[in-house]
Design a protein around this ligand. Structure first.
Ligand code: CAA
Length: 384
């Protein structure tokens, strides 16, 4: 049975900051941020947006009434969840008007969460072929104002429906994975911002990619000629570039040139949005599908979550995928965003809603939003 991604949609907040302006405000040469880090814009969420609201927005962009009735599993991958007990998935039941006979939960393993969700969903559909699964990656990446990681922030969500006979990406079920206890990135429960050993994280990431690519070749007698495209976890686009560059000189120049050209198409959206943490690989997939992909292409996807878990797996783009993805709406969503000044971004960054907050819907620019915090419980609404 063929199983994989049948639909994929995205949500990004409606405000962004310009990376050149951020560089100037931090007295940094803009080329460091645009070339050295590889970013152009960074999504800035409103205080009434969080992993739940963004997940609702991305899922709402792809779910039909028919999909909802067929759902048997809902998984939210996030490392910026809003409750230590209740999963983001439970909040989505009302917001998305989902039927009750669904198994739902949240998965956390840094930026690997969505891939864990996707692979779990594939297993679920193989056992329940008449059912679909909804996997959502949703995160706000925060390192703090004036930190080295500030330029690698971002926010957004990617939602995927997994089913049999997928119309976007068939997963070949060829996959290799690994876990090591590594201290490259962590966020203790008391902190809204992450702690990272950024350069060390880069080294571990590249090492995981190389180790897994070797394992994949051995396990499946594969060569680079089996693939036209490599997609990477891209919290900032330079990170994937570093892994890709390790292949230079080890594979034919023409193949390296092809992979590099396709990689550029896969990072277009990330350059505009920034870090989606666990959604980053899937924003890259969507960027590739929107900007360059061809039917029947074989892709290799590298997922990495600090801490650290890595997985390298393959998929095949399905004929007609371009009729399933709402490319115009996605491009419009990115184009229609409003730029925010660095001063306004800094001000908004400090806002943290407390118990008793009631949000005025007139001031909201996202369909799903945090409406109130009552008895320390976060309550959500959909704009009428
Ligand atoms: N023009 C062009 N390039 C320039 C430049 C200039 N004027 N000045 C510097 N550069 C280049 C540097 O040469 C460097 O390039 P290379 O990496 O190719 O050597 C690049 O710009 C960055 O320069 P630095 O290393 O000096 O920058 P930095 O000290 O500010 O650190 C960083 C950069 C490590 C990425 C830092 O921003 C950081 O710590 N970010 C947060 C950590 C992070 O995102 N880690 C990823 C974790 S994995 C993940 O996704 C997390 C997860 O699972 C949860």
């Amino acid at each position: 049975m063929d199983i994989g991604i049948d639909k994929i949609g995205v949500y990004v907040p409606k405000n962004y900051i310009d990376i050149v302006e951020l560089a100037r405000a931090r007295n940094v040469d803009p080329n460091k941020f645009t070339i050295g880090i590889g970013q152009d814009k960074q999504a800035v969420p409103q205080p009434y947006e969080d992993a739940v609201t963004m997940a609702a927005n991305s899922a709402d962009s792809i779910l039909t009434a028919e999909d909802k009735q067929a759902l048997g599993l809902l998984i939210v991958g996030t490392e910026s969840s809003i409750d230590e007990s209740k999963s983001s998935a439970a909040f989505l039941m009302d917001l998305l008007d989902l039927p009750e006979d669904i198994r739902s939960f949240e998965i956390k393993q840094a930026c690997y969460g969505a891939t864990a969700g996707l692979q779990t969903a594939v297993d679920f559909v193989s056992q329940n072929p008449d059912k679909k699964a909804l996997v959502i990656a949703s995160d706000i990446a925060r390192y703090g104002i004036k930190t080295p990681g500030e330029v690698t922030q971002g926010a957004g969500s990617v939602a995927m429906i997994v089913s049999q006979n997928p119309r976007v990406l068939k997963l070949t079920r060829k996959s290799v994975y690994m876990t090591r206890n590594v201290g490259d990135f962590w966020r203790p429960t008391f902190s809204k911002t992450a702690f990272a050993r950024g350069k060390f994280s880069n080294e571990v990431y590249v090492d995981f990619f190389n180790t897994l690519w070797k394992k994949y070749q051995e396990k499946y007698s594969a060569t680079i000629d089996d693939f036209s495209t490599l997609l990477f976890h891209i919290p900032y686009t330079k990170m994937g570039t570093k892994a890709l560059r390790t292949l230079e000189g080890k594979i034919p120049d023409t193949k390296y040139a092809e992979l590099t050209e396709h990689y550029q198409a896969s990072i277009k959206f990330s350059r505009e949005v920034g870090n989606l943490y666990t959604g980053s690989l899937y924003l890259g997939l969507l960027s590739y599908l929107t900007n360059a992909a061809q039917s029947n292409e074989e892709l290799l996807l590298f997922s990495y979550g600090s801490g650290a878990v890595g997985e390298l797996y393959s998929g095949e783009i399905q004929a007609g995928f371009d009729t399933i993805i709402d490319q115009n709406s996605i491009l419009k969503m990115l184009d229609n965003r409003q730029k925010m000044s660095i001063a306004d971004y800094e001000k908004m960054y400090q806002i943290e809603y407390q118990n008793g907050t009631i949000v005025d819907p007139q001031a909201v620019n996202s369909k799903f939003y945090l409406s109130e915090i009552k008895e320390n419980e976060r309550l959500y609404k959909k704009l009428k």
